[in-house]
Design a protein. Sequence first.
Length: 629
Amino acid sequence: MKISVIVPIYNTSLYLSECLNSLINQTYKNLEIICINDGSTDNSLEILNEYQKKDNRIKIITQENHGLSSARNKGIEEANGELISFIDSDDWVDLNFYEKLVNALKKENADIAAASIIRTRKTYSKPRVKYEKQITANTLEEKIKACNIPKCCYVWNKIYKTSIVKNRNFKINTYFEDVLWTPLILKNSNKMVCVPDTNYYYRANSSSIVKKKQTPKKQQDAYFAKKFIVNFLKENNIPLSKKEKTIIKSIKYFLNFPILKIKEYENTQKYYLFGFLPVFSKTLKAPIIKDNTFIVWEPCSKSHSEVVPGYCKYLLDLGYHVSVLVTPERYKEGLFSRFQDKNLTLNKLTQKEIKEFFKNTPINNIKGVMVTTVGKICDCIHYNQAYSAFYPDTDRKKLLFVEHEASFALDKNSWDENLITLRKLNYKNGKSIVINPHYFGDIKITDKNKDITNFITIGAIKPNKKNSKMIIDSFYEVYKRGYQNFKVTVVGKGSLKHLPKELHKFFDIKGRLPFDKMYDEIEKADFMLTSYNEDDPEHIRYNTSGTSGNFQLMYGFLKPAIITQGFAPINGLNKENAILYDKEENYPDAIEKAINMDNQSYKTMQNKLKDYEIELYKTSLENLKKIVN
């Protein structure tokens, strides 16, 4: 069996000859020695060239400096052997290292064979992992124990069948990459054999990558690596002591002296002054997670939470337990006042606590996460930024992102067609996954009011707003035509001061309402007022690259809209399920038509709107089902 020995090299000329001598003089000869020169600036490459002249089993690959993980990955890619081994270029092995390991692996029909590790320093050596006798490990727990994980998590004292290593790359641009790689390989293997009487010599080099001063990047990677191990073993029911489960999150230094150390144990963080004096502790909050949980997270603390109930409903219909993360104030405002379900959990975490949870916690036991405003965790152009809000190595297929405004990315050619939008895009041929949330809970579908036609508008009525003026002028015209059997409910800021005095008694300005009160007002209303203008740059997005919450309310509460013809088709509206007008001067005619509409005609219009809502719901549910599966 040929062994592909992968040797990453970066500026190790002082030790490289000792490493290569231990390889070319092995008693086991069937080797290919793949040396990845990772941009060395010393004379490492010259040494490699000299050794290649002595031994044609040495293959040299030179690349720009990309780091240890990249070099190992390149070696795996180039490997031709049935077995793979790693050796760091400042280490060395016994001359019978591969002979002993291969013989044991063959005899036991194992996937991995491991040797003892001797940790060497200038003045002394000490066993790091010592096998006094041969050990055969079949279960994951036995393999973990044999490797002395989590204390030791090394890749280079072993040989692996190539079949369990190929296409399982090391994480690049990170420290402690061994810790993230080794447990997964052990789990993927059938059997491991631990072999006595041969050693891997690990040089404890004070100038090595992980021994240098712990920068914030190294501290963060160390924290994530240890957390990964703890969670991995927990998920696989492998017991750990309290000491093993305690993780150092970070250390604050002053002139290289540790001032504050933060340790984490399960859901508690403790702060130690000078590294040993406890001064503070806090409990880490987490959402409720069950066997079949999908999380819905609205990271915007002020807007867009009205879409959350609708997305929760789809996920509940697909059979998930849904755990909701929104700013707690939204619950107090009645966001879910009409919506209860035994599989719906409303968590009360601040946005800071939510972000800390996702950043520091693997979500392996969660079915998925829907982020209902991705623009709050990225710049709406570079969507890869959004993944940095989550624990490293999170399965990206589990993350669903909702974008409310596609124009920024489409203008920069960075749009991702896997993003969710509330409506089909009508901008630069952009495509997306359309999932429209318009469910708000157990709401009342009401008939048209008998005596007073109640119009409702969601948004401020202000004198300097062109669309406000259009509404006011149109109702004033209707009033002058002799109509007084109408009411305009305004959910938003405004004042009667700038309205004609004759209209004061017809306008009821509620100001900003909590969700439960807004739901009440919409139920009591007959028609939704809109005032979109195709010539207004601020309104164009409602017809091209974004949408308005007004449409979700129309669909959810079955309130026909008064809307300009240009904005109707893309939103599923037509003359059968809405009242359309073509020009601004015809807006009063549309209002008059609504006032004069009898209840039977109103019901017919509602039913047509219901037909569209049903189809929209069905299509949205099917689209979501496809991507979560």
